[in-house]
Design a protein around this ligand. Structure first.
Ligand code: ADE
Length: 244
């Protein structure tokens, strides 16, 4: 997979050189290219922002440096497929595990990190000519810029690429893989500071252990995320109806 990330703080993405994503880059599974938006300005001060048309607080990112930066990304040899342009914004569709799965199947992702009050809307409109454009939010809160959101999305997407995780089986059991939260996990010792591991987990009876874990998943999801639980129940009812 190829990923380009454009920002006025490209050093933000240095954390992606660590750990599993760093290794994925060194192993050639992922090519991560970072670009300084200010390199695509034409004035002495390398200006990327201007006052909002129509008035209001804060500053807006000017469209032209973005167009030049994105054209520069398109000019480099790239995978044949039409690239996806992801614009992190609290006003976007919510990024979920399903989104991560869909994006992990694409060959070329381009991330555009807005700062200030955001990027001139016309960049999103213009970019549709060249990219599948996705404004995405990582949750209902506001960050200072898109960089931290990009790191979150890149991590969630790239860990799904074949060869990135040491033990790919863990993908099947983690939270959100099947729309439910993960069951609680334990390691040794069996009693720690007076707190015990559930006895069933020491039984060696794998069918019973699986059943116990499934029950814990359902209880936990119903308690912590009733929204996900309700969706799960609806999906199960639909599956049962289809099976009839
Ligand atoms: N930029 C600022 N806040 C954001 C959020 N919640 N998600 C994605 N991008 C953002």
């Amino acid at each position: 997979m190829r990923i380009d990330a454009v920002s006025i703080f490209p050093e933000f993405f240095d954390v992606l050189d660590l750990s599993l994503i760093g290794k994925a880059q060194r192993d050639g599974l992922l090519e991560l290219r970072r670009h300084q938006l200010r390199d695509f300005t034409t004035d002495r001060h390398r200006t990327v922002d201007d006052t909002p048309t129509g008035g209001g607080a804060g500053m807006v990112m000017k469209p032209e440096p973005w167009a030049l930066a994105l054209e520069n990304v398109l000019a480099a040899p790239s995978p044949a497929e039409r690239p996806v342009l992801i614009i992190p914004t609290p006003a976007g569709d919510v990024f979920t595990q399903r989104t991560a799965e869909e994006l992990a199947a694409r060959e070329h992702l381009v991330f555009a990190a807005g700062r200030y009050e955001g990027i001139d809307q016309r960049v999103t409109d213009w970019a549709q000519e060249h990219f599948d454009v996705l404004p995405l939010s990582i949750g209902d809160y506001v960050l200072n810029g898109g960089e931290a959101a990009i790191i979150v999305m890149v991590e969630a997407i790239t860990r799904l690429l074949p060869g990135v995780l040491g033990n790919p089986e863990s993908l099947d059991e983690e939270s959100h893989a099947d729309g439910l939260l993960e069951y609680p996990v334990y390691t040794k010792p069996a009693v720690w500071r007076g707190h015990e591991v559930p006895e069933i987990l020491l039984s060696g009876n794998h069918a019973k252990i699986d059943e116990h874990r499934r029950q814990e998943q359902l209880l936990r999801t119903r308690r912590i995320r009733p929204d996900l639980y309700a969706k799960h129940i609806v999906a199960q009812e639909e599956a049962a109806r289809r099976a009839d």
